[in-house]
Design a protein around this ligand. Structure first.
Ligand code: FAD
Length: 317
């Protein structure tokens, strides 16, 4: 029975990850009002105003935020420029609010598939705007074909700005080596399990191996990055069992609760977010917004196929 359940879960995961890459399906679904209602479970609204309003409501709950506009794989540089301009204005809007709200970007949304040079220029502009406002910029990690380009760009930006961090994925076999190679530059790192469909040649296929790899990488981060020269460490996970192992490890290693953050997605594990904030951990909630939510939403369904019930419920209002 257990084997049947995990095979069913795997099939659903593969299905949703496949669906996330189907443009035609995305075009159909984003027009459906039930689908738009269902997605609201994971994002407060389609525009940055809703994201900023949600960030304000999290402040009294002692949570900081990171804002991201959904979108990926643009094909025209003009679209990348529009995205960069959007984030420049978001960074300018955050400053006067006093919110501790970072911004996180996907490089393929800025034009990585079109021009690496222009993408680098956009990210440097965003890092500068963030630095001027005392803010921080994160770079998401996308599928494994982008890891080299993302880390290469990150290294270049990090040479000029300290207020920039990059996401790394525990499911990739290469990540431990990547992390070792980043440590000398004083990186800021968000560690996640990884959300894309990858082959077993590049990623651990078994969830238990991914969890163990995450724990090993967390140890390296706590020992060599957390609290060193202003570097930030974010553990991006809703896996509370893994999270408490890491918190225990941090205590053993005498790494203070201030030296790292627990980062979680808006709408997921709300009770855990409150509990952790009340226990004195730094909690940062990633708030997504935007009209181009389909691939991202399919990845959320892939992580937890039970979420599909929210879609079904939304179909009936
Ligand atoms: C702040 C943040 C930033 C991220 N950035 C990236 C990135 O740049 N690149 C990337 O590849 N991935 C990114 N991710 C996604 C990440 O890779 C995982 O896919 C996602 O976090 C689910 O894995 P998990 O660690 O929560 O553990 P899992 O083992 O998948 O889940 C643990 C438990 O959390 C709950 N849970 C997990 N996901 C969901 C969900 N969608 N709905 C409801 N409950 C859920 C379930 O109860 C589950 O049992 C990010 C995640 C976070 C939190």
């Amino acid at each position: 029975m257990r084997r049947f359940k995990s095979a069913r879960r795997l099939l659903m995961r593969l299905f949703f990850l496949w669906a996330s890459r189907q443009r035609w399906l995305g075009e159909q679904m984003t027009r459906r009002s039930f689908a738009r209602r269902a997605v609201l479970r994971f994002m407060p609204g389609a525009d940055v105003d809703s994201a900023l309003a949600a960030a304000q409501t999290l402040r009294p709950r002692r949570m900081s935020t990171v804002l991201t506009q959904l979108g990926e794989n643009i094909t025209q540089l003009s679209e990348g420029k529009a995205v960069a301009d959007h984030y420049l204005s978001v960074l300018s809007r955050i400053s006067p609010t006093g919110l501790d709200a970072h911004v996180s970007v996907k490089l393929t949304q800025l034009g990585l598939d079109v021009s690496r040079e222009e993408t680098l220029a956009f990210v440097l502009g965003l890092a500068k705007r963030a630095a001027d406002g005392g803010n921080f910029l994160w770079i998401d990690m996308e599928d494994s074909s982008y890891v080299d380009a993302t880390l290469d760009l990150y290294r270049k930006v990090r040479q000029e700005y300290a207020n920039v961090g990059v996401c790394i994925q525990a499911y990739l076999r290469r990540t431990a080596r990547d992390l070792e190679s980043l440590i000398p530059i004083g990186p800021s790192i968000r560690l996640v399990k990884g959300a894309y469909s990858e082959t077993s040649a590049v990623a651990f296929p078994d969830k238990r191996d991914v969890d163990e790899e995450y724990f090993k990488l967390a140890r390296t981060l706590l020992q060599s990055v957390a609290g060193k020269n202003g570097s930030r460490v974010g553990f991006g996970t809703h896996d509370m069992k893994l999270g408490s192992r890491i918190q225990q490890l941090a205590e053993e290693l005498k790494v203070s609760r201030d030296a790292y953050e627990v980062q979680m997605l808006y709408g997921i594990g709300r009770a855990d977010q409150d509990r952790l904030a009340n226990e004195g951990y730094r909690v940062r909630v990633l708030i997504s917004y935007g009209a181009y939510w389909f691939p991202w939403y399919m990845r959320r369904l892939a992580e937890r196929p039970a979420n599909v019930w929210f879609v079904i419920k939304s179909m009936f209002g």
